[in-house]
Design a protein. Structure first.
Length: 75
């Protein structure tokens, strides 16, 4: 991604090993090991597919989408 762009997952998990190597004075570089997005009415299928692709191509091991209304989790 360009230098001054970043994305934030609704929920993210990073292993202790990765976290300890991160610069404490900078944004976390790369994607979290686990990225979780919680669907809202404004989210589109295209947006979720793009977020999944972005996370998995940049280091995430898993990407989950939570649909609270339907009580479903897509892993």
């Amino acid at each position: 991604m360009p230098e001054h762009e970043y994305r934030i997952a609704d929920v993210g998990y990073c292993s202790k090993e990765r976290w300890n190597t991160a610069d404490p004075n900078a944004y976390f570089a790369g994607a979290p090991d686990l990225a979780i997005e919680i669907l809202s009415p404004s989210n589109t299928m295209k947006e979720m597919l793009h977020k999944r692709q972005l996370c998995l191509e940049n280091g995430s091991l898993e990407f989950w989408v939570l649909d609270i209304e339907r009580r479903k989790v897509e892993v």
